[in-house]
Design a protein around this ligand. Sequence first.
Ligand code: AMP
Ligand code: ZN
Length: 114
Amino acid sequence: MSSDCLFCRIVQGEIPATIVHETETTTAFRDISPQAPTHVVLVPKLHSPDAVSLVKAAPGVLDDLFRAAGEVAEAEGVTDGGYRLLFNTGADAGQTVFHAHLHLLGGRKLGALA
Ligand code: AMP
Ligand code: ZN
């Protein structure tokens, strides 16, 4: 937990968010600036700056994030149509919040990746 980290504060309930799913190790909430009809951000409760740091610090938590993503996709009704899962990693990729997070985007045909 880092008190100056936005996503740590959402996990702790200090900043409001629309939580759609929660497990022992993960929290998922709607992106405040959705880029698709379904845009959910899945975060580990453990603070780690990006996905590669997370896999080193707590390997099993990435499994948990992807499992949770599948459950969110089912609940959002995007499993059949398909959806995109992505980790922006570092500034050149557009990462703006340095607490690892998995984006789940779906509900429309998505454009090219970059
Ligand atoms: P990234 O650009 O990959 O670091 O993704 C950060 C994401 O967090 C962006 O898509 C933002 O729209 C989203 N975001 C920022 N602040 C909040 C917030 N308070 N609640 C929910 N999503 C947020
Ligand atoms: Zn954090």
